[in-house]
Design a protein around this ligand. Sequence first.
Ligand SMILES: Cc1ncc(COP(=O)(O)O)c(C=O)c1O
Length: 377
Amino acid sequence: MTQTHAAPSKTDNATDRVYNFSAGPGVLPESVLEQIQADCWNIDGSGIGVLEHSHRGKVVDRIFAEAEADCRKVGNIGDDYAVLFLTGGATTQCYQVPANLLPDGARADYLQTGKWAEDSVENARLYGDINLAFDGQASVYDHLPMSDAEINHSDDAVYLQYTSNNTIYGTEFSFVPKPKNPDAFVVCDASSNIYSKPFDVSPFGVVYAGAQKNLGPAGTTVVIIRKDLLERKPRTLPEMLDYSVHAAKGSRYNTPPVFPIYVVGLVFKWIMSEGGLGVMAERNERKAKHIYDVLDASSFFKPHARKDCRSMMNVTFRCPTPELDAKFLEEAGARGMKTLKGHRSTGGMRASIYNAFPEAGCKALADFMKDFESKNG
Ligand SMILES: Cc1ncc(COP(=O)(O)O)c(C=O)c1O
């Protein structure tokens, strides 16, 4: 029987959505959510919802082709790179990178700037000789190296891996570290700041990002990899782990997570419709400034990240006591500002303000912080 129902009507965004400061999965653009509502019912006039389509059919062919093409357009990524949509989260990249790219006993430099970097180091040690070229653990990862002079590069590293934005601590690199070995390439975990500002892929061998912060929902990881690296193959790998297999199969070696890849594709289109990465950067800087201005002027709130390396995506701070943190979170929640609780390793608050997070929410938080300080300071 032919389905004749209309797509479910959209809810009233103005009244039933709160400011969602979640670190990930994070907020999505409202226009994307509306499109999803319609496409879950019937996509491309096919009479079948996006969740129900075969990954080998024409609709999914279109979705994948456009997601890849739009990823390239947004990030200005040329044909010398493959764009893959993989599974297993960014966490899988902690071992997929060294398994594919680090020969037995060879050295790689890692910058340990947070928990996710720790995981990468631990997994890479299963394959090669890892040089901790920077380690911020002693100060609970409150800062980053500010230049290559603060990085203990090794002469013979095959690659250097770092995390461009440290989601938990609220630190963000303002430069791309340059390996000492001229043949080495750079690997970047960009999970929490990919496409938040203009992007130059050329220094990188591999860039990866779990989608659920700036690009879409959880379920896929975007991996941008220089094509010559696909041929390195330092060891025999299970096919599922082999980047070159996924590249040859167009990210459809096995049944892929069509839905998150479809949403990521819509988010790329949204970024372009908003004006691209230059506009994202301007907006993100303005948004973060509302909150950082309050922190800079305050003798009450204590930021976690050092000022010279703070993040445009995750703003971390504390009240003078854990009791006041709890009160802050409760009162913020009552005013429609949710999921502000910081990670257990830093305590306090974390405002994650990814691309799709509205500037009005940053202003509302800044105003509330001032009000809270005046009443509790
Ligand atoms: C910078 C960074 N890398 C890696 C991860 C792990 O991602 P996943 O949970 O997708 O494996 C996260 C998750 O928050 C992250 O913020």
